[in-house]
Design a protein around this ligand. Structure first.
Ligand code: AMP
Length: 213
């Protein structure tokens, strides 16, 4: 089964995608992670997208569709969780065509609903283990007092360059203008399911599990 996690920045898509990866052996395809990797390894594409990402704007459809196509080609027969993709209507159309070409079905599109105030609070408080990518939040899941990651024992934690209030406003604007129309798009196709993204991580995961069966 292939699923899309849809929701604004900070809704918890990455957190839930990682849980699904661990529990169901699905492959997480986060275009945000792929772009950050390109940015930090200094590839030509990474250099081109760095300023756009830091400002909170969307990179071109062509770039992200290319990244997804490459992953689908490299992993025939796998089940994917699309995290942060598609984010525009052309991306959604392109994904539909790619799935069809690879003989793959879309199982569900899960919209994670959260209110905007909660998003701002979550995003400005979040950090990640630099070694294994485990996510933390100053309020709901602080870094342990001994300064070691619960998962891998790593001691270095990073905050995203675009997790500041100014970029976040732009990211939210991009979401409402360009991504939120996908809710109606997938609803009309009969693929949309909704969960309350405001709960605890395990509560949200249980809701998703119940939906997927
Ligand atoms: P994310 O980690 O999903 O929040 O993505 C971080 C940033 O990467 C976004 O603010 C965009 O600049 C860029 N990005 C990620 N996915 C996409 C996408 N599907 N389309 C366009 N830009 C994207």
């Amino acid at each position: 089964m292939n699923i899309i996690l849809l929701g604004p920045p900070g809704a918890g898509k990455g957190t839930q995608a990682r849980k699904l990866t661990e529990e169901r052996g699905m492959i997480q395809l986060s275009t945000g992670d792929m772009l950050r990797e390109a940015k930090s390894s200094g590839t030509e594409m990474g250099k081109r997208v760095a300023a756009i990402m830091d400002a909170g704007q969307l990179v071109t459809d062509e770039i992200v569709i290319g990244l997804i196509e490459e992953k689908l080609d490299q992993n025939p027969g796998a089940s994917f969780i699309f995290d942060g993709f598609p984010r525009t209507l052309p991306q959604a159309d392109a994904l539909g065509a790619l799935l069809e070409r690879h003989g793959m079905m879309l199982g569900a599109v899960i919209e994670m609903q959260v209110d905007d105030e909660a998003l701002v609070a979550r995003i400005t408080a979040r950090s990640t283990c630099a070694t294994c990518g485990e996510g933390y939040n100053d309020i709901s899941k602080p870094i342990p007092a001994d300064g070691k990651c619960v998962k891998c024992g790593g001691t270095e934690f990073t905050r995203r360059a675009d997790d500041n209030e100014e970029s976040l406003r732009t990211r939210l604007m991009e979401y409402y203008k360009k991504t939120s129309p996908l809710i109606g798009y997938y609803w009309a196709k009969g693929d949309l399911k909704t969960v309350n993204g405001l709960g605890e991580i395990d509560e949200v995961a249980a809701e998703i599990t119940a939906l997927l069966g």
